[in-house]
Design a binder for this molecule. Structure first.
Ligand code: PMP
Length: 335
């Protein structure tokens, strides 16, 4: 009999895809973990599922309950998918600067979407604070169980990658892995994966790839200094403070600051030469993989994360007028 598959069972167990051109360029074997093949087309499906499952175990969520979250979009999409499949509702608070594709996907899944102005975390009106307040208000109103997913502080986020993504990478490379690199949104991905891999083999090198405008490059490079400058058009990454999750990231060997102008050509090249369409955070990751390959030298095996699908950014990364406005060269086939 065939195994009973559900949309939830299809989360995770993504393939490792060899990135041909940068492997040739660096003399390393560089693989991308194809998280864009998850049902919600991003790595955040894993986080969403783990946060919901752990809340169910604690009985924090009961049938008909409500899940509230502040998100750049992908966590909200993952939460909506899992919530719909399990009989919960979702209320999502999102900064209005995030792509229209992510917002309309959330609406299409039936999530209640609350758009708020994009203001810094230090501002009380920042989407993460708004989400927390809404969750508190909802909790007062209902006895059905309200879950504030709280991905920046909820350590179940790390668990998704420590128990899932990390072991998958280890098994799929047969343990023959020299380096892992990725960027940071909440840090759940890098923390969970690096803590697992270092337990398996202390010699595996871990690197952070950070976009301009975020503070994690300096934090890991310069002994816990929080500082940033510039900006990036990438979405879903770029952390400016030390969270409970970042405090668990104790296995970082290298830290790279990646410029959008260096990173984006890699994803355009992957579209046209390898048929892989990704979002901007994957561009930062791939540029980070090239840096780590230079650091370790030829002959090494390196893994990074292909975080989400580029169809989520057609109106931005694949829109010539947006690119021109941002001073980014337009790929030749889009001109
Ligand atoms: N890339 C994208 C597109 C994302 O949405 C996120 C999560 N916000 C990340 C990367 C970073 O993942 P993490 O939160 O685990 O650091």
């Amino acid at each position: 009999m065939t195994k009973h598959r559900t949309i939830i069972s299809e989360i995770g167990n993504t393939p490792l895809i060899k990135l041909k051109k940068i492997s040739e360029l660096t003399g390393c074997d560089i693989y991308g973990k194809a998280e864009f093949l998850n049902p919600g087309q991003s790595i955040k499906d894993r986080t969403a599922l783990k946060i919901i499952e752990e809340a169910e175990l604690r009985k924090d969520l009961t049938k008909g309950g409500l899940i509230v979250e502040g998100t750049a979009g992908n966590t909200g999409i993952g939460l909506s998918i899992v919530a719909n499949a399990k009989g919960y509702k979702t209320k999502i608070i999102i900064p209005n600067t995030q792509s229209e594709e992510k917002k309309s996907t959330l609406r299409s899944y039936g999530a209640e979407l609350i758009e708020v102005p994009a203001v810094p975390f230090s501002d009380d009106k920042n989407y993460q604070h708004v989400a927390r307040r809404i969750a508190e208000e909802e909790t007062k109103k209902t006895n059905n169980g309200v879950l504030f997913a709280d991905q920046w502080n909820n350590l179940d986020n790390i668990k998704a990658h420590y128990e899932g993504t990390g072991p998958e990478i280890w098994n799929d490379t047969n343990g023959k892995l020299d380096g892992f690199v990725c960027s940071i949104g909440t840090g759940g991905t890098i923390t969970g994966i690096s803590n697992y891999l270092k337990e398996k083999n202390q010699n595996i090198k871990i690197a952070v790839a950070d976009p301009h405008g975020a503070s994690m490059y300096n934090y890991f490079k310069n002994n816990n200094v929080i500082a940033s400058s510039g900006n990036s058009i990438s979405e879903g990454i770029g952390l400016g403070r030390v969270t409970p999750i970042i405090k668990e990231a104790i296995n970082i060997d290298f830290s790279y600051l990646i410029d959008d102008h260096i990173a984006l050509p890699y994803i355009y090249d992957l579209v046209i030469n390898e048929g892989i369409m990704l979002g901007g955070s994957s561009a930062i990751n791939i540029a980070g993989a090239v840096e780590l390959a230079k650091e370790l030298g030829p002959g090494n095996t390196i893994v990074t994360i292909l975080c989400d699908n580029g169809n989520r950014y057609q109106s931005k990364l694949f829109n010539p007028s947006y690119l021109i406005e941002k001073g980014i060269s337009v790929p030749e086939w889009l001109t």
